[in-house]
Design a protein around this ligand. Structure first.
Ligand SMILES: Nc1nc2c(ncn2[C@@H]2O[C@H](COP(=O)(O)OP(=O)(O)OP(=O)(O)O)[C@@H](O)[C@H]2O)c(=O)[nH]1
Ligand SMILES: [Mg+2]
Length: 306
């Protein structure tokens, strides 16, 4: 028997292992019971291995819906997506958090061009149910659909919205521990454990719509973002797309920052786990953010900022 909430195999012998329940005939493991009833943040023991999930899925027949969370798109995530050999599409999740100034169609076209994605991309939200019927149609046509994606991209939440199921969801990483099969009116769907990013800051999940913050940064100033610092060689407009509870302040630049990155106009500087900064003009960015957390790309956002 598997736990209904997270998919771990239920057992009543080892409290320190996944799937533990004192009552072997219950449907939920103790961890899921506690998350659901008390919102406890309990860390799971078994680490999730990305390659294991990919190997397993590539042996299956069926269709893949790959979930992408707007603030967590970078090369590693796309590389993982491209390793999936089954027919597939991308679903941008948490559309309720995407700022209103961003055209979703432009965003989707930009994502396709920048990351060379041939398959369809649509958007949805388990909160406001955007395109939920469209996804139900896909399940009806394909009959067997796997929901894949990085941890916290919203797989279990979306499945609960689609199937009225009661999968465990939480803001901690790797809530879902194994494949979970769910029968719906449209077809069979599978929740899966989320892929784990290689390098990222502890994911800070936004609770409400992201409000882009615009800084006009003169070159004698720097921005402090949590504990990191960033400055621009030219007076520049920086537009920050982060969850709104990040601490951001402007300070006088007193010393040079160690790392220099040359960026073209309209570039996104990604800070993995936090979001990204749209840099409007050609410049040299200086920063002390560790290299493995940084990435740049042409902006995924089109026009309509100022
Ligand atoms: N605003 C908003 N938050 C969402 C949405 N979907 C999920 N979340 C939140 O995102 C967090 C992660 O959701 P989960 O459904 O547990 O994500 P998951 O992909 O199943 O995560 P793993 O099981 O760890 O792989 C939770 O805090 C959810 O409340 C959405 O559509 N809108
Ligand atoms: Mg899950």
């Amino acid at each position: 028997m598997k736990c209904m909430g997270c998919g771990a195999i239920l057992q009543n012998t080892d409290k320190l292992k996944d799937g533990y329940t004192p009552k072997i005939d219950s449907k939920l493991c103790q961890r899921c019971f506690k998350i659901k009833n008390y919102g406890e943040n309990i860390v799971n023991i078994k680490p999730i291995n990305n390659e294991d999930i990919i190997t397993k899925i590539n042996k299956e027949k069926g269709f893949v819906i790959f979930l992408l969370d707007f603030l967590n798109i970078y090369e590693e995530v796309i590389t993982t997506y491209k390793k999936i050999k089954l027919p597939k599409i991308i679903v941008l999740t948490k559309s309720d958090l995407i700022p209103k100034n961003i055209s979703k169609n432009t965003l989707i076209n930009n994502l396709k061009n920048i990351y060379h994605i041939k398959e369809d991309i649509i958007y949805t939200s388990s909160k406001n149910k955007d395109n939920i019927n469209f996804i139900k149609d896909i399940i009806f046509q394909e009959k067997k659909v796997y929901f894949l994606g990085y941890t916290n991209s919203g797989k279990s939440s979306l499945i609960n919205a689609l199937a009225n199921s009661d999968l465990t969801i939480s803001k901690r990483s790797n809530t879902t521990l194994d494949f979970i099969k769910i029968k719906t009116n449209e077809g069979i769907i599978f929740d899966t454990p989320g892929f784990v990013p290689n390098n990222f800051l502890d994911n800070m999940l936004p609770k409400k719509m992201i409000r882009p913050i615009i800084y006009q940064l003169k070159n004698k100033y720097l921005l402090k973002i949590n504990d990191y610092r960033i400055s621009s060689s030219e007076n520049n407009n920086l537009i920050l797309y982060f969850t709104n509870d990040i601490l951001i302040s402007k300070r006088v630049k007193r010393e040079e920052l160690p790392k220099k990155i040359k960026v073209k106009e309209n570039t996104d500087l990604i800070i993995k786990g936090l979001g990204f900064i749209l840099i409007k003009k050609n410049t040299i960015i200086s920063t002390d953010i560790p290299e493995n957390l940084l990435e740049i790309r042409p902006t995924i956002i089109g026009g309509k900022h100022e």
